[in-house]
Design a protein around this ligand. Sequence first.
Ligand SMILES: [Zn+2]
Length: 140
Amino acid sequence: MQARILAALLNEIRPRWAVGSMLKILEKQHQHPAKFADIALAALTAARDPSVETPGLFFNDTRFWPDDVKAKLPKPPDCADHIGQDMYTCRSCKADVLCGDRPENMIGRHYEPPPSIYDQLTESLEAVPTGAAFPLEETP
Ligand SMILES: [Zn+2]
């Protein structure tokens, strides 16, 4: 019953967060240690943030939780690329995003950047046999 009410409320605030999907997300977390009031507060805080697109993000992102509950939350998984950083709030990944080295949707996930133009040029030059481009002719 609580999940249905919360799902309906979130859907009112965020029409793209369908009631059915919200229910699935909430059901997966039915053993979450936080009280319903705290879960509801975190969910609503996330729904109010226009930068949040993933409906279930609030379960793992501590930004949305009341301070006294944060410490009791289960620890989120580590970032795939940066050990010791939380997957959802990895500062190293966010720095990569700011530099343009990582897409924003790859925070906390393993990301293999495409080879740079420098790397591509170096690689293609290395493929050319030495001296093939400008063969030196010996002067008589
Ligand atoms: Zn990271």
